[in-house]
Design a binder for this molecule. Structure first.
Ligand SMILES: Nc1ncnc2c1ncn2[C@@H]1O[C@H](COP(=O)(O)OP(=O)(O)OP(=O)(O)O)[C@@H](O)[C@H]1O
Ligand SMILES: [Mg+2]
Length: 263
């Protein structure tokens, strides 16, 4: 018998008015798999990721977690679902008014009643694993560099050991060394926690380090998905252009055409 996928999307659509972003996404992610989503800017990667944990509600289709449909569920079920996910957002999203320890342990401290001193200890331990000094826990987000904030966001995503981790461009804007540290952490989190991870990245070096499976979004659908080792030989021109970072190809030709359409 085939194993039940951890996450299974079928024919998922999402439009914002006339902007048809997701036109029928089909995608399967196995338990403990590390999937990386690639695709050009604005193609709908972040929207797709937010559909997974209920931050965005698709217009139609099906999303199953452990074989159970999550679309059309009530608020309470959605809340339960979110507890099973950890996520880092593309653009920060730390609480500016809270110190780092409280940012990192927000869920443990405020929702699960973990005491302050324990929460502080766990926060210090988790951010140390990410190469930040433990003393950082008493600072505020605005006092940290962009890369430090990204690591704090990562700490917050993994601290309560969720089953599924979603990382929206976790290494973009970081130097290659820090980016490498974060990649290793994503791989570790999966091994150590047994988590299923979904990461959005356009950094091909990073994709090669963390992905078991790669899926490319283009024009509202998954145009190719397969094992990371097959991504160079997908036989799909758009994937070829993206993976090799070529300036000329179907992705850029379409862009020039659609830009002209706006003139
Ligand atoms: N809340 C929203 N309301 C209206 N439109 C939205 C919303 N969120 C996203 N969109 C639109 O959906 C499309 C896809 O956006 P999305 O953020 O998913 O792109 P992306 O693939 O993550 O791009 P990037 O690589 O630049 O982060 C864009 O046209 C965007 O304007
Ligand atoms: Mg995005």
């Amino acid at each position: 018998m085939a194993m039940t996928p951890k996450i299974e999307l079928s024919a998922v659509t999402k439009s914002f008015d006339a902007n048809h972003v997701l036109k029928g996404i089909d995608l399967t992610i196995a338990p403990k798999e590390s999937l990386v989503i690639i695709g050009t800017s604005g193609c709908g990667k972040s929207v797709l990721m937010k559909c997974l944990n209920g931050l965005i509600t698709p217009d139609s289709g099906s999303i199953k977690i452990d074989g159970k449909e999550i679309l059309g569920q009530g608020r309470a079920a959605l809340e339960d679902l979110r507890q099973r996910f950890g996520m880092t957002f593309q653009f920060g999203a730390l609480f500016d008014s809270l110190p780092i320890w409280e940012n990192v342990t927000f869920r443990l401290h405020h929702q699960r009643g973990l005491g302050k001193s324990e929460a502080r200890d766990i926060a210090a331990q988790t951010i140390s694993q990410l190469g930040l000094a433990a003393a950082v826990i008493d600072r505020y987000p605005a006092e940290l560099s962009g890369g430090m904030q990204k690591r704090v966001a990562l700490a917050r995503a993994i601290v309560d050991e969720p089953e599924i981790l979603l990382f929206d461009e976790p290494t973009s804007g970081l130097d290659p060394i820090t980016g490498g540290v974060i990649d290793r952490l994503i791989v570790d989190a999966r091994k150590r926690l047994g988590a299923t991870t979904v990461t959005i990245s356009h950094d091909m070096a990073s994709v090669r380090r963390i992905a078991d499976k790669v899926a490319m979004v283009h024009d509202g659908v998954i145009i190719w998905a397969g094992p990371a080792r097959n991504m160079e030989k997908s036989g799909v021109p758009e994937v070829h252009q993206f993976v090799h970072g070529l300036s000329d190809g179907p992705l850029t030709r379409e862009k020039i055409l659609s830009n002209k359409a706006h003139l």
